[in-house]
Structures are given as C-alpha cells and as structure tokens.
Design a protein. Structure first.
Length: 73
C-alpha cells in the first residue's frame, strides 16, 4: 500500500533538493516553511525521508498521512 504524506519543515528548501526527495513535491510557503507532499511506499521510506530532513538540520514541524492507495501490480 502506498501512502501519501504531507511533511512541513521550518525554512525554505529550493527546487535543487527535489531530486534528493524523489517523488515528493516541494513547495515553499509564505510563512517561511517548506511543504513536501507525495507518495511513500512504506515506513522505512518515511524514516529515510525524515532522516534526510534531520541531516539537513531543518526542524520538522508536522507529518500528516493524507491517504492510502492500494498498489496494483
């Protein structure tokens, strides 16, 4: 099952980081935060994303699960 997540971090990440975060879309917000939204295949992948954010020194503000989609193969 693939889950869509919305992750908000403090500070702005520009689009040069987009490849580093794979299928997540990065959007800079006027309030000085960046929102990452996209599919995450499992908890290990989510942990990897959160580790990248931590390694960048960006404070994590929120993580929201938006939806689950059954994977069809």
């Amino acid at each position: 099952m693939i889950t869509t997540y919305k992750i908000r971090i403090k500070g702005h990440l520009d689009q040069r980081w987009a490849d580093w975060f794979g299928d997540l879309t990065l959007t800079q917000q006027p309030d000085g935060t960046t929102v990452l939204v996209g599919p995450v295949v499992d908890q290990a992948a989510l942990y990897g994303i959160l580790t990248k954010i931590h390694n960048l020194g960006m404070p994590l503000l929120e993580v929201h699960r938006l939806s689950d989609e059954a994977q069809t193969n």
